[in-house]
Ligand binder design. Structure first.
Ligand SMILES: [Zn+2]
Length: 82
């Protein structure tokens, strides 16, 4: 056993774990955005807790945030009609 390579492996594993925890790309967020927008309207703050990765991406990505705002406006408009 070489302690050095073990250290590298450990660091790699930590990186992978971190990446899985933290990152959604725009495509994944877009797929979940409908769901997220509905949750936002139904559950308010809870939606952010239920889909923390989406929320996190939205905080970092103005494009997706804009997309969400548009969706929310559309959903709110539909709800007003009914
Ligand atoms: Zn994005």
């Amino acid at each position: 056993m070489m302690p050095k390579s073990k250290g590298i492996l450990k660091r790699l594993m930590e990186q992978i774990e971190r990446t899985q925890e933290v990152e959604y790309d725009c495509g994944e967020v877009h797929r979940l955005l409908d769901q997220y927008a509905e949750l936002c309207l139904e559950q308010g703050e809870d939606a952010r807790n239920l889909m923390p990765l989406v929320r996190q991406h939205l905080e970092l990505c103005p494009d997706c945030k804009e997309e969400l705002d548009a969706l929310l406006r559309a959903l709110e408009a539909t709800q007003d009609e009914t």
